[in-house]
Ligand binder design. Structure first.
Ligand code: ZN
Length: 456
């Protein structure tokens, strides 16, 4: 990774604030000689528009940014004229040579579990050898092993591990990420995880949106009680949520709504309480079995329903109805997870798109079921296993992911006035991004108009 211009780590941002913009070397940024610019201009993608990247065909294109915002994109002449019209001095622009490469919006990862301790390769090996879930649990594996490791880890260890992953995400083109707590499962540790996320967000340069996921699993100390899940849900609503809201350290609240984890009534109670406290709401829905999650996300008007590897017919219909309403629920699909679990059971992405549901693609970065930082890899799996086109997958990591985070008017496309988060790619067209399996094709990354990654 190349020069990372000084992050303004001292500048205080309010707790839970998604972004501390990086310090810029100059007021303007001019990307020159782009082979094409996939702008994704024109708003949320759904149905046929999911495959429209709104590309400006090159060669010889420029993208100009001024004070952290997009000023113009187009031919070199058009952009030059716009700079002159705006009265910006030419020497105030830092220049990047795209050398014929594609320029896109910065990638947005709308679903990650960034902060955790330990790793679970042993469990993965057991699974590869045919072990079932119960065997793995008996061997001390599963989500509760990450909870135990996370509770025991000091803040510095949690922060340095998450920082390493976050730097890798940035190097792979991710400029904004949602990140969940959920490996604490008690007030003290959940607050600790959200505080770590707050510090990482203030450090930048990746814009981080923290999500409270106290209802990720029922912790060990509650298991064995009668109505263990119910008792823990009460703990989440009465102790954890008020503490999180009081400290203002989470943007969103999420629940793992799944048969055998938290049911729809419990999920509804938690998310309603969260909404009353001013948090945005999102949902882990129907990952393993039809559990009413898609229906609940539509009923509550969640920003996003995530996973959806096994929604019911009624759930797909409910999401389609929400898509026709003014406030569509984005279906955030996590194909790397299904792939890593080798279940050969993937979200019905084509049906969702055909039904007019806006689809986003995210990594689900976590130590148990998706240990990857790379949205490029997630896009490849989306193309191979969900049947998406490259343009549909990239819309899912840009404009639609922005909407899944409630930031559709701020980021996710290259349009004048939007945040200048950009990726310059080493390939000339967007089809090559998921095509070169496993390669990191990022040449440069700008965040709020500052060059934060520059690779040779
Ligand atoms: Zn998840």
């Amino acid at each position: 990774m190349g020069p990372l211009h000084g992050f303004d780590s001292d500048r205080a941002a309010p707790a839970g604030d998604p972004a501390t913009p990086p310090a810029r070397a100059s007021r303007g940024l001019l990307i020159e000689r782009a082979g094409a610019v996939a702008t994704f201009a024109g708003g949320l993608r759904r149905g046929a528009s999911q495959r429209d990247p709104a590309t400006i065909p090159g060669p010889g294109l420029s993208v100009a940014c001024w004070e952290g915002r997009i000023l113009a994109a187009g031919t070199a002449g058009e952009v030059e004229r716009r700079i002159i019209e705006a009265g910006h001095p030419r020497d105030a622009f830092e220049r990047i040579d795209a050398a014929g490469g594609l320029v896109t919006p910065g990638l947005i990862d709308a679903h990650t579990h960034l902060v955790f301790a330990g790793s679970r390769e042993a469990e993965w090996q057991l699974r590869a050898g045919g072990a079932g879930y119960l065997e793995i649990l008996a061997a001390g594996g599963g989500i509760l092993s990450t909870v135990a490791a996370t509770r025991a880890a000091p803040d510095e260890e949690l922060e340095s591990g998450a920082r390493r992953r976050l730097d890798e995400m940035l190097a792979h083109g991710t400029t904004t990420a949602e990140a969940k707590s959920g490996y604490g499962l008690n007030v003290a540790t959940e607050l600790r995880l959200l505080s770590v996320l707050g510090r990482l967000g203030r450090r930048g340069p990746v814009r981080l949106l923290p999500t409270f996921l106290g209802a990720h699993a029922v912790p060990a100390e509650f298991r064995g009680r009668p109505d263990a899940a119910g008792a823990y849900v009460s703990n989440v609503i009465e102790e954890q949520l008020p503490a999180v809201a009081e400290q203002g350290i989470a943007r969103f609240c999420d629940v793992f709504c799944e048969a055998g984890v938290f049911d729809t009534d419990q999920s509804r109670r938690i998310l309603s309480a969260a909404r009353d406290l001013g948090l945005g709401i999102r949902l882990h829905a129907d990952e393993l079995a039809p559990s009413g999650g898609a229906e609940l996300a539509a009923e509550l008007g969640c920003l996003s329903a995530d996973h959806l590897a096994a929604p019911s017919e009624a759930g797909i219909d409910a999401l389609a109805r929400s898509a026709r309403s003014g406030r569509p629920v984005v279906a955030t699909l996590l194909p790397a997870t299904s792939w890593f679990l080798a279940k050969h059971h993937f979200a019905p992405a084509r049906r969702l798109i055909d039904a007019g549901v806006p689809v986003a693609i995210a990594t689900d970065l976590n130590p148990g079921t998706s240990p990857t930082v790379s949205l490029q890899l997630a896009m490849s799996v989306a193309c191979l296993e969900l049947g998406l086109t490259a343009a549909e997958a990239l819309a899912g990591c840009t404009v639609n992911a922005a909407h899944a985070l409630g930031l559709g008017s701020e980021i996710g496309s290259i349009e004048p006035g939007k945040g200048a988060d950009l990726v310059v790619w080493d390939v000339p067209n967007l089809e090559q991004i998921p095509y070169w399996l496993g390669s990191n094709l990022v040449r440069a990354v700008a965040r709020a108009g500052a060059v934060v990654v520059s690779r040779p």
